[in-house]
Ligand binder design. Structure first.
Ligand code: NDP
Length: 502
């Protein structure tokens, strides 16, 4: 037994927590004046907050980031200023499409989010375990995610929705290919890489800027499940990756990622053979080698899952001086949507929740009030700016570089380009070995085979366009007429869609 006294949530001592206050000893009426009972039930009724619309199932841990290579000539970010510098971090890893109770082993990209508690405020890097994405314009994101969720009528996952959308969105063929390799079913959260996926800006104190992509390479090595293993694991232990991360850290086996960046100058960006800001493409390592930057170590488990993991609010719009956005259209949408989701999920003062609070920087501004304001709300300081009352003032020395832009405002549709298929072909020919290819094809066939035949044709022709051997391997296993696949692959996307309509 404990000396700690049980109290209500107002701190009032409780005399009995096993019986309601009733009118008699046996079956009887319960009194409304049992405020402890009312409080307990009412709080329980409100325990659930909205689950994340994506990345609902996840695990997280505390740790640190340490600089191992001085790249401070490119960025003024203080946490990257010298070798040996350590910054506290919190990282959350997750699946994407599944609900909060879904299986960790499901085929899905994995979220890879890191919050750096720097002395210049919190910096969030919110990426995935795959270096690219299915779409390159944020306006397509809600539709894309709907195709991963449940069918409005059957409430079931639906292969038609999934492949109909992907085959109507050919820029997705690169990531669809990655997803159906065994890297789409990583063994757990420790045995996978992380990527910023997007291109970001780094700038120094002279306002000179470069473009960067981050790569977190797992020091544990990449390990994956086969499709069969992932399906078995979903039944045996749907929480296996959550459990693995927790147990390994508890046992002192701290997972580590070696962090690299690729760096491209603005001049190079204008000339690169692919649009360097298009998130459906990588920068080839041969063109832009990985430059070491640091390491990330996870060495402390959360004490309370809800407080630290569920309430962790990541947003790619949280930059520190020295780091900024790029003209990546998907990123531009995410800069709004993540913070907006946190306002919806946790409220407009979610930055005051301890896991989200800037630990190593002061917060000084003129925002006041709002639901669940739990700090001193600016105390007796002024609540307007400008003022002559000693209130905080902006510092022009933190100004990011000016970027020159010329443009025409329009709804600029980005057409499907031959370049959308080039890297997929390179991936098939140069990176995947025979076993990888066999698994990729079987994994696709096992899923695409559940979609309508006309959709199978449309999607397979995209694989064929990327690399005839790839498309042929998929098409033959699906039992498709390969002449028809080839013909479709040679059509424009418009013609292809017309030829495969209902
Ligand atoms: P490289 O030939 O230099 O390296 C191949 C890359 O592919 C490595 O990063 C490797 O990761 C990764 N890889 C290996 N096997 C798989 C797999 N089964 N599923 C997913 N990724 C795998 O790459 P290039 O830069 O020359 O690009 C060639 C193609 O490789 C690209 O078109 C792209 O499709 C793919 N790729 C490129 C990446 C990049 O950032 N440049 C990153 C990942 C893939 P690891 O070292 O962990 O094995």
């Amino acid at each position: 037994m404990t000396d700690k006294k049980l109290t209500t949530n107002k701190g009032i001592p409780v005399s009995n927590d096993q019986a309601s206050m009733t009118t008699g000893e046996g079956s009887s009426y319960t009194l409304l004046q049992d405020v402890q009972l009312i409080e307990k039930l009412a709080h329980f009724d409100r325990e659930r907050i909205p689950e994340r619309v994506v990345h609902a199932k996840g695990a997280g841990a505390h740790g640190y980031f340490e600089v191992t290579n001085d790249l401070s000539k490119y960025t003024r970010a203080k946490f990257l200023s010298e070798v040996g510098k350590k910054t506290e971090i919190f990282s959350r890893m997750s699946t994407v499409g599944g609900e909060k109770g879904s299986a960790d082993s499901k085929r899905d990209p994995r979220g890879f989010a890191v919050k750096f508690y720097t002395e210049e405020g919190n910096y969030d890097l919110v990426g995935n375990n795959i270096p690219i994405f299915f779409i390159r314009d944020a306006i397509k994101f809600p539709d894309f995610i709907h195709t991963q969720k449940r069918h409005p009528t059957t409430n079931l996952a639906d292969a038609d929705m999934f492949w109909d959308f992907l085959s109507l969105t050919p820029e997705s063929v690169h990531q669809a290919t990655f997803l159906f390799t065994d890297r789409g079913t990583p063994r757990d959260y420790r045995h996978m890489d992380g990527f910023s996926s997007h291109t970001y800006m780094w700038y120094n104190e002279k306002e000179e800027y470069v473009w960067v992509k981050y790569h977190f390479k797992t020091a544990q090595g990449n390990e994956t499940f086969t499709s069969e293993e992932s399906i078995l694991m979903a039944g045996e232990n749907p929480d296996h990756a959550t459990e693995d991360l927790y147990n390994e850290i508890e046992n002192g086996n701290y997972p580590q990622w070696d962090v690299y960046v690729q760096i491209m100058t603005n001049e190079e960006a204008k000339e690169y053979k692919f649009d360097p800001f298009d998130v459906t493409k990588v920068w080839y390592h041969g063109d832009y080698p990985l430059i070491p930057l640091g390491k990330m170590v996870l060495n402390r488990n959360p004490e309370n899952y809800f407080a630290e993991v569920e309430q962790a609010a990541f947003a790619p719009s949280n930059f520190v001086p020295g780091i900024g956005p790029s003209p990546d259209r998907l990123l531009q949408g995410r800069l709004f949507a993540y913070e907006d989701t946190q306002r919806h999920r946790l409220g407009p003062n979610h930055h005051q929740i301890p896991i989200n609070r800037a630990k190593n920087a002061e917060i000084n501004n003129y925002q006041r009030d709002g639901p669940m304001n739990v700090d001193d709300n600016g105390g007796s300081g002024p609540n307007y700016y400008p003022n002559t009352q000693n209130g905080p003032a902006p510092d022009i020395s933190f100004k990011p570089p000016a970027i020159e832009v010329q443009g025409v405002i329009d709804k600029h549709t980005r057409p499907v380009e031959d370049a959308d298929f080039v890297q997929v072909g390179e991936f098939w020919r140069r990176v995947l070995n025979d076993t990888d290819k066999e698994h990729l094809v079987n994994n696709i066939v096992g899923h695409l085979g559940n979609a309508q035949e006309r959709i199978q044709y449309r999607q397979t022709s995209l694989f064929y366009k990327a690399e005839p051997e790839y498309g042929t391997s998929v098409g033959e296993k699906l039992g498709l007429d390969m002449e028809k696949v080839k013909t479709l692959s040679e059509m424009s996307q418009e013609e292809r869609v017309k030829a495969t309509k209902m």
